[in-house]
Design a protein around this ligand. Sequence first.
Ligand SMILES: NC(=O)c1ccc[n+]([C@@H]2O[C@H](COP(=O)([O-])OP(=O)(O)OC[C@H]3O[C@@H](n4cnc5c(N)ncnc54)[C@H](OP(=O)(O)O)[C@@H]3O)[C@@H](O)[C@H]2O)c1
Length: 331
Amino acid sequence: MKAVYLLEPGPPENLIYGELPDPPPPTGSRLLVRVRAVALNPIDTYLRSGMVKMDLPRPFIPGCDFAGVVEAVGPEVRLFEPGDRVWGSNQGLLGRQGTFAERITVDECWAYPIPEGVSDEAAAATALVGITAHLGLFRHARLERGETLFVNGASGGVGSTVVQMGKLTGARVIAAVGSPAKAEAILKLGADYAIVYRDVEPQLALRKITPGGVNVWWETTREPDFDRIIAALASRGRVIIMAGREARPPFPVGPFYVKGGSIHGFVMFSAHPDEQREAAEDINEWLAAGKLKPRIDRVMPLAEAAAAHRLQEENTIGKSGVLAGKIVLKP
Ligand SMILES: NC(=O)c1ccc[n+]([C@@H]2O[C@H](COP(=O)([O-])OP(=O)(O)OC[C@H]3O[C@@H](n4cnc5c(N)ncnc54)[C@H](OP(=O)(O)O)[C@@H]3O)[C@@H](O)[C@H]2O)c1
């Protein structure tokens, strides 16, 4: 089969597009999936470059997200049968092979049915970012109807999903984005307010929009500025932190505890399969109803995985603003 693989961590050029043996027939609770679409995430680029170190099989097939069709099932599979369309995430991590290949095997605990009428591209593009947004908003921040949610980095893969789920919860959503065009797009996705952070200091804009502060601040950037975040927080506000492994910013202890604030950090791939499935069930309902629309920046052939990695890296680490949403690749 054709696959993208890595022999050594390094720059995007280390990604090889070539022939690898098909995966063996599925055993236990594993599915053999014919992949139809995958989505790229920043974590794929960190693992590829060696910035995040994990034990990787060799050759290592990168990629967390997939959508495809079940071709065969192991003897213990309970949820799926050949012919079912499935999506999922959490592959290419913690020693597991990834999804950037024509065929993959995946434990059924990480797979969910694709609802009728939902495309492979949409299902793959929603996978990791959708589960992340759901875990953060509902399990960690416990966002409630009528609360104010601020999303810093709202045009990104995670941010644009957080904005939509915030609106689905009945929250008032304020989005910070990098350009007027991205502001227009995020308002179309449902945000109540858009702040162009390159033109206006978000803290000043927030003071006008919500003088009492924000109930939930979702930070997607890799260098959180806690002085700014805590100053903008309402009493008993919650902060979601989910990026920036190297970040060691100063922290305003006094203002934080006096407000009774809380900070919640998490990585989606550490969440239990049952927790991820709970998120996936809501995501499926919203996708099927057309209430959740993944932002897909572009669709590329799987053979162009190295170019896709370069773009993603420029966007997330280089802050170039070159993307507005997900890169989807098709085998
Ligand atoms: N903990 C977890 O489980 C988890 C899960 C998923 C992702 N992550 C991490 O979360 C981060 C975001 O992921 P992603 O997939 O959304 O990445 P992404 O699609 O590359 O989006 C990042 C966005 O950040 C925005 N940004 C850059 N500089 C900014 C600034 N100074 N102020 C406000 N926004 C700024 C950019 O928006 P503009 O173009 O509008 O400037 C960019 O689109 C990554 O570091 C990723 O590794 C963690």
